[in-house]
Design a protein around this ligand. Structure first.
Ligand code: SF4
Length: 229
């Protein structure tokens, strides 16, 4: 009988790769904004540790892939960046379009709201992964309606969307409220996530949670008015 070798220990802050002999890391990058210092530190690490793949992810982050186990602590030490969630349940990323900071069509400041949102909810443990999309206008370049949490900027303020998903069983999220200030939108997102955390099954994404419970039940729990037919 062939004896199976136990899997090598996973270094802190690393994700095992398929072959099991190298690791990936995903630094936090709220709203996809990166500084010159961070870019230089990433480039230094890639050269110093001969990292074969630096990948811009769909969540507007930069994954470093193919790192040797013994190099992982040194790579992290040189980056001075937090760890973004990539496997553990919770808010994985907040993607944000340029909004009023850099887009002629922008109606709201999506970059600032996205960064605030990531700061507020990054450490929250949730039943499954949660993806957030923030768009500065209804054209929705931040893919807000197909994210677990979506925010859409309109003339009169923010619309909060809940329960969207762009995966194999796609779902368009439900609007919870519109015309909100940034603070009001963050408060509603916090309450929606708390309700989801307290009531969803383990590994149940928000889309499946809303399908199981019904959006009216979610609205009622959040103290929102009934949708008029
Ligand atoms: S969603 Fe609107 S503000 Fe954001 S990038 Fe697209 S067009 Fe510009």
């Amino acid at each position: 009988m062939i004896k199976k070798h136990p899997a090598p220990p996973v270094p802190a802050g690393a994700i095992p790769q398929r072959a099991g002999d190298s690791f990936a890391i995903v630094p936090r990058l709220p709203s996809g904004i990166i500084t010159a210092d961070q870019l230089e530190a990433l480039a230094r690490a890639i050269r110093q540790y001969d990292i074969p793949i630096a990948k811009l992810t769909s969540g507007q982050r930069i994954a470093l892939v193919g790192i040797k186990a013994e190099d992982v602590p040194g790579v992290w030490a040189g980056l001075d960046m937090g760890e973004g969630r990539a496997v553990k349940h919770g808010v994985h990323y907040v993607q944000a379009c340029p909004g009023t900071a850099a887009c002629a069509y922008g109606l709201q400041d999506s970059l600032t709201l996205g960064t605030r949102l990531e700061d507020m909810f990054n450490a929250l443990d949730l039943p499954a992964k949660v993806k957030v999309g923030v768009s500065g206008c209804p054209m929705c370049c931040g893919e807000s309606y197909v994210r677990d949490i979506g925010l859409v900027g309109r003339k009169k303020g923010w619309t909060v969307v809940f329960g969207g998903n762009a995966g194999g069983r796609p779902r368009v999220g439900d609007e919870l409220a519109s015309g909100l200030s940034a603070d009001e939108a963050l408060d509603l997102v916090g309450r929606a996530l708390a309700h989801y955390a307290a009531n969803a099954k383990k590994c149940q994404r928000t889309a499946r949670f809303v399908e199981a419970r019904g959006i009216e039940s979610v609205r009622e729990a959040l103290g929102l008015a009934k949708i008029q037919e």
